[in-house]
Structures are given as structure tokens and as C-alpha cells.
Design a protein around this ligand. Structure first.
Ligand code: HEC
Length: 175
């Protein structure tokens, strides 16, 4: 299916016909739907100020955003997801400039205690998870940090991209 059509069917009510985030439903929503016109994205595995990867966008679209009114489009065919991503890119010129692209950052594996709910809750209230994310610039800018880099490094031994999703997931539960 053509990207524009996928967008009109599934996204326009929130993101608006011009991709500026002012769709019919946007008045009722908090946070507001993203405007795609600035080409700035929050949910990325890439460094601050750079564009997200295709995989980042696909993950957001497919998985939705926890605690946020973004419908889950788990049943959109892959081709439609790809097409709608291309369409979103047409809203901003930033996608045309090579300097706005960057490879995903290597992220540490979530620490073991993240799987243990009681421990996780204790640590979350002291801000450890929160800072770990902020430190990796995943774009959860509304939260501030508490722990030093050394302490964060000590809790994280391996590197993986998946940790972004699981941490973001955990963070949203906490928030
Ligand atoms: C019910 C309203 C709603 C619908 C429908 C919706 N979105 Fe969203 N979308 C949002 C909101 C709200 C946010 C902002 C979340 C935030 O700021 O934390 C968002 C954020 C996003 C982001 C994240 C941008 C970033 O900063 O990383 C992408 C990408 C996105 N939407 C794509 C889509 C696509 C593609 C569709 C259709 C297949 C769609 N959305 C449908 C409400 C919606």
C-alpha cells in the first residue's frame, strides 16, 4: 500500500494531514502527537540531534508508546510500515542531509535486577533506571538523573540494542 494512504488511514487523526501533529484527535491528547515537520525524534537508538533508524521508527509504530495514546499497529504489514516511514520522511528536509544520520549507539545490557520487580521498583524510585537511560541519550528528556557515570557503568556489562526497548518499557511503567 502507498505510504500516503497508510498514513491517511492510520495516522492522520493524530499526526494531521500536514504531519504537524495537529490531527482531529490531538486536542484531547497529552503528550501531543509528534510533528514530523521538524524532523526531530525522541525514540531513537542514535545520538541526540540525529535522525532515528528505520528500525527505531518501525519499533515505535509497531509497538506503540507505552502510556501514550498511540494506537498499536502490530498488524500492519511490513510493507505498509516501510511505506509509511518513507512518507513520514517526506515531511522534513532533515532526512535529505547526510550529516543528520548516525549509526545506533552501543548500549549496555540492562542490569540483572531489572527483571526482579521488587528490586526494580526500589531502584526506580531512587532514579537509577532513569539516569541510565538519560546517560545513553535515549531521549527521555523529561527525566533527570541521579547516579554517576561510574556507577552506571558498573551495573552494565554487555552491549545490546534490545536494551533500549526493554528499558524504555520499564521506564514507562515507572513514570
Ligand atoms: C491516537 C493518536 C495517534 C495515532 C493514531 C498515531 N500516533 Fe504516532 N504519536 C502519537 C503521540 C501522542 C506521539 C508522541 C509521543 C511522545 O511525545 O512521547 C506519537 C509519536 C509518534 C512517533 C515517535 C516520534 C519520536 O519522537 O520518536 C512516530 C514515529 C509516530 N508517532 C508515527 C506514527 C505513525 C506512522 C502512525 C500511523 C501508523 C501513528 N503514529 C499513529 C499519537 C498517535
Amino acid at each position: 500500500m502507498e505510504g500516503k494512504y497508510v498514513f491517511e488511514r492510520n495516522c492522520i487523526v493524530c499526526h494531521g494531514p500536514r504531519g504537524d501533529g495537529t490531527g482531529e484527535m490531538s486536542a484531547q491528547l497529552q503528550p501531543k502527537p509528534r510533528s514530523f515537520r521538524e524532523g526531530m525524534f525522541k525514540f531513537r537508538t542514535t545520538p541526540a540531534g540525529t535522525l532515528p533508524t528505520e528500525a527505531d521508527l518501525a519499533r515505535t509504530i509497531r509497538g506503540g508508546l507505552n502510556g501514550i495514546d498511540m494506537g498499536m499497529f502490530t498488524n500492519l504489514p511490513d510493507d505498509d510500515v516501510r511505506a509509511v516511514i518513507e512518507y513520514i520522511k517526506s515531511f522534513s528536509r532533515r532526512w535529505r542531509k547526510a550529516e543528520n544520520y548516525a549509526p545506533p549507539m552501543k548500549l549496555p545490557q540492562p542490569p540483572k535486577w531489572l527483571d526482579d520487580k521488587p528490586q526494580r521498583n526500589t531502584r526506580a524510585t531512587t532514579g537509577k533506571i532513569v539516569h541510565w537511560i538519560a546517560q545513553n541519550h535515549i531521549g527521555i528528556s523529561r527525566l533527570s538523573g541521579f547516579k554517576s557515570d561510574a556507577e552506571i557503568a558498573a551495573t552494565a556489562d554487555r552491549e545490546s540494542e534490545e536494551s533500549v526497548c526493554s528499558l524504555r518499557h520499564d521506564l514507562d511503567l515507572i513514570d
